[in-house]
Design a protein around this ligand. Structure first.
Ligand code: EPU
Length: 331
């Protein structure tokens, strides 16, 4: 049922204030046949964990609350409604003995939002497991997109590049193929050693990832945030080599012959901005890539501070940081 003048503060993990003029919970696929879905709503809200709300929102906000996990074949095939909680789904697969999702535990947000930015952590990305994305294409009707149609990239997909074309209703996953555990992300082995585990199971890896995340990333219930605020920038190898001359400990992940990915958190940290900010907004003191709402921040406060970070990093390192969070309003 449509509601009017709904405060979205508790529907975004940054805890930013914004009032939606019209707010419609989507709980049933039959609603998509209605007048409201002939064209894209002004905002489609999932778990609200990757948003920067800049102001009150005129027009229609749709909150995707479609729920349910279908585990049809007893093997590893799942079809999950878009409004299901991502982390609950990860736990559901682990409890049933499937390997694959353990590195992606504890990521906030919904299953429907996962393909939009191709969520990833500790050496895994959701795109590896997706067999289809089920969506409502405005003006067309229900469609199924193959992984190739989704055009997945690092924190990127067709859904991000063509906002306003699809509303994701469900996602299908395949965990039936046997997979090796991914332990190469440095901190995972360290955490398993700390826990005294030599032959880890998927659940052990999930526990290790849980430990790492809890030590580095703030709980949004306690300190509003949207995870990584910027993407890790991909730069030319020549840029990396230039920076190495003055910063011999600069970490880098190879992409291809000509490019490497640099950790934005390291750049922000070395620019002297870890734990900095003002009374309302700042960088988290244990992970500079995460901007936090220290209390009473509005979207503009966060945006202004993020621009200061971009300018400082560009000045000091000649590297441009690109936002990862989705800006809403204020265009
Ligand atoms: N670092 C610092 N100082 C900091 C932060 C990081 O020196 O304040 C250094 C670390 O020591 C490390 C490197 O930077 O050498 C990378 O840091 P970290 O391992 O914490 O990972 P990240 O590159 O900052 C990415 C993802 C995270 C994901 C982690 C683990 C992006 C934009 N972020 O962060 O994803 O959890 O790797 O895989 O790719 C998210 O997207 O919201 C998110 C949290």
């Amino acid at each position: 049922m449509m509601r009017y003048g709904v405060d979205l503060r508790r529907f975004n993990t940054f805890g930013l204030p914004a009032v939606a003029e019209q707010y419609l919970p989507l709980t049933d696929l039959a609603q998509l046949e209605g007048e409201e879905f002939r064209q894209a709503p002004d905002l489609v809200l999932g778990g609200g964990s990757n948003l920067l709300l800049l102001e009150d929102l005129p027009g229609l906000t749709v909150h995707v609350l479609l729920s349910g996990i279908t585990w049809s074949d007893g093997k590893g095939r799942f079809r999950v409604a878009a409004g299901a909680d991502w982390n609950q789904f990860v736990r559901y697969t682990l409890e049933r003995g499937f390997v694959g999702m353990e590195n992606l535990i504890l990521i906030p947000g919904t299953v429907g939002a996962a393909p939009v930015q191709n969520i990833g952590a500790y050496g895994a990305e959701v795109a590896e497991f997706i067999t289809a994305v089920h969506a409502w294409e405005y003006g067309v009707g229900p469609v199924d997109l193959s992984p190739a149609d989704c055009a997945f990239g690092y924190r990127d997909s067709r859904f991000k590049r063509e906002p306003g074309r699809y509303l994701i209703t469900a996602v299908s996953f395949d965990l039936s193929t046997p997979r090796a555990l991914k332990l190469d992300y440095g901190a995972i082995r360290g955490e398993l050693d700390r826990l005294g585990i030599e032959q880890p199971t998927a659940t052990d890896v999930a526990n290790a990832v849980t430990g790492i995340r809890r030590s580095k990333l703030p709980d949004w219930f306690l300190l509003g945030n949207s995870g990584s605020f910027f993407k890790n920038p991909v730069v030319a190898r020549s840029t990396y080599e230039r920076l190495l001359q003055t910063h011999s400990d600069l970490p880098a992940y190879p992409i291809d012959e000509a490019h490497v990915k640099l950790p934005a958190g390291w750049l922000i940290d070395r620019a002297g901005l870890r734990g900095q900010g003002n009374e309302r907004v700042g960088t988290y003191d244990r992970q500079a890539l995460v901007l936090v709402n220290r209390g009473g921040a509005c979207g503009r406060d966060v945006l202004d501070f993020s621009k200061r970070i971009q300018d400082t990093v560009a000045e000091q390192f000649g590297v441009q940081l690109e936002r990862e969070v989705q800006l809403v309003g204020g265009m």
